[in-house]
Design a binder for this molecule. Structure first.
Ligand code: FAD
Length: 488
């Protein structure tokens, strides 16, 4: 009997009655709709790598629950090698997609793995947190569930919190509690990958607004839950749009039109402080940021490679400023790689749980740098490729059309035949200027939260006494003065 592959199982799971909306249409067959087909095919093929002999060991580990191989994003590191194992698994998927698929679930799976690892110190006064999160983790791990996150309230009026809003339903909140569970109403943005994952976890902290301070998880197919997609950037022309045809991971707003969540999936209720502790949990933060940095490296490598090939294709590598710009792409890449290596080198067991974690400061630095490096990298590609980005015919097929011989002559590169040069520039357009490319620039700036507050957060959380104590020592030695207390 033929066994189904992980990718086939995943595709079957998507036919669960989910309410995915695109352009006002309810998409009933997500895996085969043109807006999603390329991406779902990509995700299926990545899942199948979990069974391929070359990649299986790196991508998976043996589940202590089912005894079967499961994705390494669920591995709770009990030694440094486990962190490296997780790295290798993340890298296989991110290299296979050139870092263009940022929400292949490893991020949210890593958050869940962190919460599971820290479950006995999280949850506040909410009853049964540890057991509930363990069940959710084990089911996700052994069922190979894909998930995403949607942390933010819809952008309606940022000057008002839930209690000041004219409309209490503008923010996701509990509207009813019963013996079986809770009913929730409201909306969340932005949920990348939402149309084609299995489950969403939600959490929100709103001090003083108890019905809003809840953490729960729901299956995408739950009645009343609507996934409202942005415009599709997917293309069916693989040759002309090599990235948009496979990697439009889609972003959506989730609307909860009175959705029922059973108690076993309500992890925290009416407890802003417990949700805050969850957001700050060292295991969840370190394991998830580790994944984002591995993925960023794949993307910066891709951009650096494309920049190099563009410059070579049109014979501009001898210009000093072009070399400087290509060098800058490498400086970015090597900086982020070094930060990742340091975070792994300095990994150590968490004091409270014994779980091994990569060092957080280099990861936070890499993540924050990424929000500025990527837009700069894209700008460099634009300056190098210049008008060549427009010197491409509408379709590759034209090179073999009625005036093909003329086009072969004028669309060629320094040492590249026209077909290859046009392919390279179409790839570059798709990467930096197509709707998908523009979305990626926005993504890299904002995916991990507002970069302004992220940089400020790094300042606020930093152990500044390490910097300032020597300064005060110098001053004290010079003046024999008292050393003032530092605020750390
Ligand atoms: C392509 C894309 C994909 C994304 N995918 C996901 C995802 O899968 N999951 C997820 O959870 N999130 C996702 N996000 C959302 C992302 O986390 C948010 O966009 C980000 O946190 C910024 O929040 P915001 O967009 O609501 O901006 P806002 O908070 O509305 O900010 C808008 C502007 O106002 C300023 N501002 C607003 N409030 C303040 C304040 N209190 N203090 C200082 N300045 C302020 C900001 O600096 C910014 O310039 C995604 C975003 C993008 C663009």
């Amino acid at each position: 009997m033929n066994q189904t592959t992980p990718g086939q199982n995943y595709r079957t799971r998507l036919n669960d009655g989910r309410m995915v909306w695109l352009g006002g249409e309810h998409i009933r067959d997500v895996p085969n709709h043109p807006a999603f087909k390329g991406t779902v095919d990509t995700v299926s093929s990545l899942l199948d790598l979990q069974e391929k002999p070359d990649t299986r060991d790196a991508l998976t580990f043996i589940s202590p629950g089912s005894g079967k191989r499961v994705n390494a994003a669920f591995l709770v590191p009990s030694r440094k090698e486990d962190i490296l194992h997780r790295h290798a698994a993340f890298q296989i998927w991110s290299d296979a997609t050139f870092g263009m698929m940022s929400r292949l679930s490893e991020y949210s799976r890593s958050l869940l793995t962190g919460w599971y690892a820290s479950r006995h110190r999280l949850g506040g006064a909410s009853k049964g947190f540890a057991d509930k999160i363990a069940l959710y983790y084990e089911q996700s791990r052994d069922g190979d569930w894909l998930s995403t996150t949607a942390l933010h309230d819809p952008q309606i009026d940022r000057s008002k919190g839930p209690s000041e809003s004219d409309d209490p339903d503008a923010y996701l909140r509990v509207v009813k509690k019963t013996g079986e569970g809770i009913w929730v109403r409201g909306a969340k943005m932005i949920a990348t990958a939402a149309p084609y994952v299995d489950v969403f976890p939600f959490h929100r902290r709103a001090a003083g607004d108890l019905p809003y301070s809840t953490m729960f998880a729901v299956s995408v197919g739950t009645p009343g839950l609507h996934v409202v997609c942005r415009e599709s950037f997917a293309s069916e022309q693989q040759e002309d749009h090599p990235l948009s045809s496979k990697y439009d991971e889609m972003d959506a707003v989730i609307i909860f039109d009175d959705v029922f969540v059973p108690w076993e999936r309500v992890f925290i209720q009416d407890d802003p402080e417990a949700i805050w502790q969850l957001r700050l949990d060292p295991a969840a933060v370190a394991l998830s940021q580790h994944q984002t940095v591995v993925r960023l490296i794949s993307k910066l490598e891709f951009v650096a490679a494309v920049g190099n090939e563009i410059a070579t294709a049109i014979g501009i590598t001898h210009h000093l400023h072009v070399q400087e710009k290509l060098g800058e792409l490498l400086v970015q890449l090597e900086t982020i790689k070094a930060l990742l290596a340091v975070s792994e080198e300095l990994a150590e067991p968490d004091e409270a749980t014994g779980v091994w974690l990569p060092a957080i400061d280099p990861l936070t630095t890499a993540r924050n740098l990424g929000s500025r490096s990527y837009p700069r990298a894209i700008s460099i590609l634009r300056h190098i490729a210049a008008g060549g980005l427009i010197q491409t015919p509408a379709t590759l097929a034209e090179l073999d059309g009625p005036i093909g011989p003329l086009m072969q002559k004028y669309y060629r590169g320094a040492d590249l035949p026209a077909m290859e040069r046009v392919r390279l520039f179409k790839l570059t357009w798709d990467l930096i200027a197509s709707p998908l490319g523009s979305r990626h620039e926005l993504y890299e700036i904002f995916y991990s939260g507002d970069p302004v507050r992220a940089y400020a957060g790094q300042y606020l959380g930093y152990d500044k006494a390490k910097l300032t104590d020597p300064v005060w020592k110098l001053i004290r030695n010079a003046t024999n003065d008292h050393v003032p207390a530092t605020n750390g």
